[in-house]
Design a binder for this molecule. Structure first.
Ligand SMILES: Cc1ncc(COP(=O)(O)O)c(C=O)c1O
Length: 396
């Protein structure tokens, strides 16, 4: 039976990681993989996470299954983190399901949507994180694209985006990254978000927010602003939350699917369906990461320390952006690099041709995706000037 299956080509980003590991050059720099790295190139366990983890292990008396919807304490704290001051008012008409990472939440969301409207259409930005489409189509949805990014100007194409959404069928879904857009780094400003919400509301589209970088852009509240604004204005929405980056819990697969509807009955029905969908895929979510998050967010001291650690990470991303922009501007006077500083989060598209990307890799041991997506956290204070000098000649 399985002899019919063909071997698939390796995942391009994971393939680059292998090539990077095997490259013996001391000058090599990996800007491809989407994880945070410190100055020494390490993806650290946050100190507050380490402490919460130790306390959790000491206190733990069982590893019995969690319910399909996850750990109750985690569900409440993550809802409050995302919805902020609006959480208490919204909670009665919301459902919260712990999920295996942001990916698990996106897939669970797709399963849920597919139960409500089989083969519903969801509109994704062009470009979007490459895993969005397989996760959503894997749950039975149909994907369409809306214009999002002007690669020449490194900015949002607001009007074409609004035009495309104005033509979307009422009742279809629109996936919106709340902040730190992957792969472009371009987020709408508040006025642009309001214009987007106007169209979403007028066309009766349902937003499915993806928030995977809360706290890594500007701050926890600013990065979630659009979700809170939407909850205030729209009758229903979904949110896929990931704790992989802002808690550094990548391999613990920690996330949640949030649904906000019009009333308690609506929320209960959705939660029961999501539970059933979870049962049919993985039964119950993993517990460890969620219990760590619950501990950190539930303790005022730990929470303050986590926020401070996160703010340092976000600040470092912004200063690496500034250093890269400045280094490139110095190497190419007259070329505008200020867009890098206006963008947010871990990613930007440098706009290099594939030949330039290849030659940077082969001649200078600089690794990035063929679309020239770079992970800003892959830079360090020690190599950013060199990277800027190498990249600058290839800027269009
Ligand atoms: C935009 C976006 N959404 C969701 C995720 C999902 O993250 P995870 O499943 O690791 O929690 C990622 C991870 O890179 C991402 O970049």
């Amino acid at each position: 039976m399985f002899e019919k299956l063909e071997t698939l080509p390796p995942d391009p980003i994971l393939g680059l990681s292998v090539a990077f590991r095997e490259d013996p050059s001391p000058d090599k720099v990996d800007l491809s993989v989407g994880v945070y790295r410190d100055r020494g190139g390490v993806t650290p366990v946050m100190s507050v996470v380490q402490e919460a983890e130790r306390a959790l292990i000491d206190a733990q008396v069982t590893k019995v299954y969690l319910p399909p919807a996850g750990a109750p304490g985690f569900r409440e704290t993550i809802f409050s983190l995302v919805l902020g001051d609006a959480a208490a008012t919204l909670r009665p008409r919301a459902s919260v399901i712990q999920a295996p990472g942001g990916c698990g939440a996106l897939r669970l969301g797709a399963e849920l949507i597919n139960r409500a409207v089989p083969a519903a259409t969801i509109h994704l930005s062009d470009p979007s994180w490459p895993n969005h489409a397989p996760l959503l189509t894997g749950g039975g949805l149909r994907v369409e694209r809306y214009p999002y990014y002007d690669s020449a100007g490194h900015r949002l194409t607001l009007q074409p985006m609004l035009d495309a959404l104005s033509g979307a069928a009422p009742g279809s879904l629109v996936l919106l990254q709340a902040s730190c857009h992957n792969p472009t780094g371009v987020d709408p400003d508040r006025e642009q978000w309001r214009a987007i919400l106007d169209v979403v509301a007028a066309r009766r589209l349902v937003p499915f927010f993806d928030i995977a970088y809360q706290g890594l852009g500007d701050d926890l509240d600013t990065d979630a602003w659009i979700i809170r604004e939407s909850a205030r204005r729209l009758p229903e929405m979904l949110v896929a939350v990931s704790c992989s980056k802002n808690f550094g819990l990548y391999r613990e697969r920690t996330g949640a699917l949030l649904f906000i509807g019009t009333d308690i009955a609506h929320a209960r029905a959705v939660e029961s369906q999501a539970n059933k969908a979870a049962r049919s895929m993985y039964s119950m979510p993993p517990g460890h990461g969620g219990l760590i998050v619950e501990r950190v967010l539930g303790d005022a001291t730990l929470r303050a320390r986590w926020q401070a650690e996160l703010a340092v990470m976000a600040g470092r991303l912004r200063s690496l952006r500034a250093a890269l922009a400045q280094g490139m501007a110095e190497a190419r006077p007259g070329v505008d690099t200020s867009w890098l500083v206006r963008q947010r989060g871990m990613f930007s598209l440098l706009g290099l041709r594939p030949e330039a990307v290849r030659s940077l890799r082969e001649e200078h041991h600089l690794y990035m995706g063929l679309d020239s997506r770079v992970n800003i956290a892959g830079l360090s204070e020690d190599n950013v000037a060199r990277v800027a000098r190498l990249v600058a000649p290839h800027l269009e």
